[in-house]
Write a protein that binds this ligand. Structure first.
Ligand SMILES: CC(C)(COP(=O)(O)OP(=O)(O)OC[C@H]1O[C@@H](n2cnc3c(N)ncnc32)[C@H](O)[C@@H]1OP(=O)(O)O)[C@@H](O)C(=O)NCCC(=O)NCCS
Length: 159
């Protein structure tokens, strides 16, 4: 394992999970219940934050979650989560949810969300975390956007 102060790349903590949409995941309209998707998002994002910091983490803010298209029973839900930005003790993780019809192979981007986490020390206080090395053009763009997004979250918290 890396030394706690050594920065990590985005790829080193990225998480990808797949779920099969089952009848008990749906709402009365027979499409997926939003709370189920939010739970998958929070879980995937928390694992990214834990893998980046190698510390226990808590969710402090969920920002800008939008549901763009429904998911149906039998769809495969692909959850892609990666770290966008790190502060001193906080991390911003971006999550994309894609629905795949396993019989046609057709995919749809259904949900995007951004979540902030704080890493905790052994007695539950925020602890400083390692830096992040954005490598690709997309990662560099997300890092810039993430910095602005987390500043906005902090301003909203003060309000
Ligand atoms: C995590 C916790 C200990 C942090 O305490 P705190 O008093 O807010 O600590 P700080 O003010 O020092 O903030 C710590 C970091 O979080 C960031 N932060 C805090 N609240 C935030 C918010 N709403 N949005 C974005 N960032 C936030 C701060 O900017 C700071 O970032 P930095 O160190 O990278 O600059 C406390 O907020 C807490 O226990 N929250 C409950 C978490 C929880 O139970 N989550 C649900 C289940 S996982």
């Amino acid at each position: 394992m890396k030394n706690q102060n050594e920065p990590k790349t985005v790829a080193e903590s990225a998480v990808e999970m797949r779920f099969l949409v089952m009848p008990n995941d749906t709402n009365p309209q027979n499409s997926i219940f939003g709370g189920v998707v939010m739970s998958w998002i929070d879980m995937a994002a928390a694992m990214v934050a834990e893998r980046h910091s190698n510390r226990p983490v808590v969710t402090v803010h969920v920002d800008d979650i939008s549901f763009k298209a429904p998911m149906k029973i039998g769809d495969h839900a692909l959850i892609q989560a990666s770290i966008n930005y790190v502060g001193k003790t906080s991390m911003l993780v971006g999550v994309k949810v894609i629905a795949e019809n396993p019989f046609t192979g057709i995919t749809r981007h259904t949900t995007t969300a951004y979540l902030a986490f704080v890493a905790l020390d052994d007695i539950g206080r925020p602890i400083q975390i390692r830096g992040l090395i954005p490598e690709t053009d997309d990662e560099k763009r997300r890092y810039q956007d993430g910095q602005e997004r987390i500043e906005d979250m902090k301003k909203n918290k003060k309000r």
